[in-house]
Ligand binder design. Structure first.
Ligand code: PSV
Ligand code: MN
Length: 410
């Protein structure tokens, strides 16, 4: 096991201080695969319950002050901007704040041919109205980000004009970016991409290049959001991250792990080294640019829906794993790495990364947690607390067997 030096540990502790992870409200509800959901009695049904669960994860880990909301799943009337304020109050009751606002432009029947890219002008207008309503909710809830993911695409060659769709899409993002610069200045517009699903022939925002083009059209408040599950197998995600950092357009992440496609597995469950390499690029960027840590304004968010793992456990496990890999990425001795690179020493450079990845940071994390009055092992603490069983009893009584992916609004 590589040795942990004092200087490296101090770097890791400092990095943990500024590392926060946003939790998704939908990660606590009964969600699943398109083949079905396996319901859990302890799953959250109402927004109050989702925020309660997020608050519990924050209390255990001390690293999750914000919760992302999905407009159609969490708000009864998306056109009622005042629900933003109510939601902010509800979040405060549970010790958290509202994070990114996720409009839903994929569930309504009218979107069968797309939203911003639909061939039908009235559908494109309805999509824009929903996006603008989401901006109003975001502003009134104190959120600082609008995350746009579109399911737009076609299933068959010839179905629609790819170029016409791109033109309408770019126009929509221009309008959204401009509106946000005027009405919601403190916020970022985050543009997510995904190569396929639900569309199977072409997807209108399939990759980071297209997302970047759309950000350039939207304006300087727009940045690309990298969902780690949204890449074709073998894709070098850390390279995408490095280029977006260089262009000043990395907005943040939706973290999850995958084996095959957009599998929504807990972070690091399949390939922890891949997550380390992503964090390493960010740490390297901060080192190279001498940027004040955290000033690049990168939103670290989780986007996971757990069909089988107990949702609260999965979320705590995710946060602890993310903290572990983030801390490790800050152990890399960047001066030594620069010297190895200058000499062309490939092996020496790689070993510096591998050593950092393989260093045990359990004690470092325990030190960080104890300094905040937290338990050294949040996952064990949750498992032995009996809290999930208690919530299951309480929620079963309240909701019976109702699936809770949506409904139960603010
Ligand atoms: C789409 O797969 C996605 O990654 C988007 O971020 C959605 O908002 C989210 O998942 C819904 O679960
Ligand atoms: Mn996502």
């Amino acid at each position: 096991m590589p040795k942990l030096t004092r200087a490296a540990e101090q770097r890791a502790l400092g990095a943990l201080d500024r590392f926060t992870i946003e939790l998704p409200s939908w990660g606590f509800a009964n969600t699943g695969t398109r083949f079905g959901k396996f319901l859990q009695d302890a799953a959250a049904f109402t927004l109050d319950e989702k925020l309660h669960d997020a608050g519990l994860v924050h209390r255990l880990t001390g690293a999750c002050p914000k919760v992302a909301v999905h407009v159609l799943w969490d708000f009864e009337d998306p056109s009622d901007a005042s629900s933003g304020k109510r939601t902010a109050k509800l979040a405060a009751k549970h010790g958290v704040r509202i994070g990114s606002i996720n409009p839903n432009l994929f569930q309504d029947q009218q979107y069968s041919r797309g939203s911003f890219c639909s061939p039908f002008p009235d559908v494109r207008a309805a999509a824009m109205q929903h996006a603008l309503d989401s901006v109003a909710i975001g502003k009134s809830s104190g959120s600082k980000a609008l995350t746009m993911w579109l399911a737009d695409g076609t299933n068959y060659p010839g179905q629609d004009s790819i170029r016409r769709r791109y033109r309408d899409l770019a126009r929509a993002y221009e309008k959204l970016g401009e509106t946000m610069r005027k009405d919601w200045r403190s916020a970022q517009l985050l543009v997510e991409y995904k190569p396929f699903e639900p569309a199977f022939y072409h997807t209108d925002v399939p990759d980071w290049g297209t997302a970047l083009l759309l950000c350039q059209r939207a304006g300087k408040n727009a940045k690309v959001l990298v969902d780690t599950g949204h890449h074709l197998p073998g894709c070098n995600i850390e390279q995408i991250v490095a280029i977006l950092l260089e262009e000043g357009r990395l907005g943040g992440f939706h973290f999850n792990d995958r084996k095959y496609a957009d599998d929504d597995l807990t972070i690091g469950s399949i390939d922890p080294y891949a997550v380390f390499r992503i964090f390493n690029e960010i740490a390297q960027f901060e080192f190279d640019t001498k940027k004040a840590p955290g000033s690049a304004r990168i939103e670290y968010m989780v986007d996971q829906s757990h069909n089988l793992k107990p949702k609260l456990e999965a979320m705590v496990q995710t946060v602890c794993e993310a903290q572990k890999l983030f801390a490790k990425s800050h152990l890399v001795d960047r001066e030594k790495l620069a010297r190895a690179r200058k000499k062309g020493d490939i092996v020496g450079a790689e070993v510096l990364l591998k050593d950092a990845f393989e260093t045990d940071v359990t004690k470092t994390l325990a030190t960080w947690r104890k300094a905040r009055g937290l338990t050294a092992d949040p996952l064990q603490e949750l498992r032995k607390s009996g809290e999930i069983r208690r919530l299951a009893r309480e929620r079963k009584k309240l909701h019976g067997d109702l699936p809770g992916a949506s409904g139960g609004y603010a």
